[in-house]
Design a protein around this ligand. Structure first.
Ligand code: ADP
Ligand code: MG
Length: 258
C-alpha cells in the first residue's frame, strides 16, 4: 500500500490556544478516512495544515514522502483539493466559472485555459450532474446543488488528496446521503484519497474505509468501524449516551444515541 500521507506528532497552536496536540496518522492511497470529533477538537486545523494554509506547525506531515512545508503553494494546489466548511464567493459567479477555478493550478503563467481544460471541466460537470445549471449563478442554487458544483471543481482540479470539511452539514438527510454516495463513487473512480470531516457517525461508517476520533487535538481512536466503535468511545468523545448494535442491512456497527 502506498502511503499518501504520514503525520507524526503534529502540533499546531494559534498563539496560546493549542489546537493540535500531537496527532499521528497514516493515510493510504485510495482510502477514505472520516475524522470525527466535537466542535473545537482541531478537525479543521488538521485539514488546514495538510492543505498548506497553516505553515508553522510542529512535528511532521509528509505528503507522498515530502514534508508539506517544503511544497510550493502551486505544487500543493495540484495535489490537494481542500473543500472548506463555508464556500461563498465574493462575486456573483456562474457555476461553470467556479468549476474552471479548479484548473487554475494547472495553467502556466500568463496563459489561458486550453482545449484540455475545457474537456476536463465539461467531464467534471457531467460527473457531478450539474450540466443542467452550469450557466446559473452559484448564489441562486440550493444547498445540495452548490455542493455538487464544488465537487465538480474539486474533480476538475485532478488532485490526489481530497479534504472535505463537514461537506453535508447543511443538507437534509436525503440530499446528504445522495451527495456523499456521489462523492464516494467519484473518489473511488478517480483513485483519489480522501479525508472527510463529519458529524454523522453512521453515515461515516457507511462511506469510509476507516474512522478517526479527535478530541482536544489528539486522536483517541483510529481504525475501521468494527475496531474502533464502542459505547465508551462515544461517551469519551461526545459525552453522549449510545448503544452500538449491528445494522441489520449493512451488518456494520450502528450507533444509536438515546
Ligand atoms: P473543529 O474544526 O474541530 O471545530 P478547529 O480546528 O476549528 O476545530 O479549532 C480547534 C481550536 O482552535 C478551537 O479551540 C478553536 O477555538 C481554535 N481556533 C481555530 N481557529 C482559530 C483562529 N483562527 N484563531 C484562534 N484560535 C482558533
Ligand atoms: Mg471545523
Amino acid at each position: 500500500m502506498v502511503e499518501a500521507l504520514k503525520i507524526k506528532d503534529l502540533k499546531y497552536s494559534y498563539g496560546e490556544i493549542n489546537a493540535l496536540n500531537g496527532v499521528n496518522l497514516s493515510l493510504y492511497e485510495g482510502e477514505i478516512l472520516s475524522v470525527l470529533g466535537p466542535n473545537g477538537s482541531g478537525k479543521t486545523t488538521l485539514l488546514k495544515v495538510i492543505s498548506g494554509i497553516l505553515h508553522n506547525y510542529k512535528g511532521s506531515a509528509r505528503l507522498y514522502g515530502r514534508e508539506i512545508s517544503g511544497y510550493s503553494i502551486k505544487e500543493l494546489a495540484k495535489l490537494v483539493s481542500y473543500i472548506p466548511q463555508e464556500f461563498s464567493p465574493a462575486f456573483d459567479l456562474k457555476c461553470e466559472t467556479i468549476v474552471f477555478f479548479g484548473r487554475n493550478p494547472h495553467i502556466a503563467n500568463f496563459k489561458g485555459f486550453g482545449i484540455e481544460d475545457y474537456r476536463i471541466v465539461r467531464e467534471s460537470m457531467d460527473k457531478a450532474d450539474i450540466l443542467d445549471f452550469k450557466d446559473r449563478l452559484f448564489r441562486t442554487l440550493s444547498g445540495g446543488e452548490r455542493q455538487r458544483v464544488i465537487i465538480a471543481k474539486a474533480i476538475a482540479q485532478k488532485g490526489k488528496l481530497m479534504l472535505l470539511d463537514e461537506f453535508t452539514s447543511h443538507l437534509d438527510p436525503g440530499h446528504s446521503q445522495k451527495l456523499m454516495e456521489l462523492v464516494k463513487t467519484m473518489i473511488k473512480e478517480e483513485g483519489i484519497t480522501a479525508i472527510n470531516i463529519a458529524h454523522d457517525v453512521n453515515q461515516a461508517v457507511n462511506i469510509s474505509d476507516r474512522l478517526a476520533f479527535l478530541k482536544d487535538g489528539r486522536i483517541l481512536a483510529i481504525g475501521n468501524a468494527e475496531e474502533v466503535l464502542s459505547e465508551s468511545l462515544i461517551e469519551e468523545v461526545y459525552e453522549a449516551r449510545s448503544s452500538i448494535i449491528e445494522n441489520p442491512l449493512t451488518k456494520k456497527p450502528l450507533v444509536v444515541f438515546y
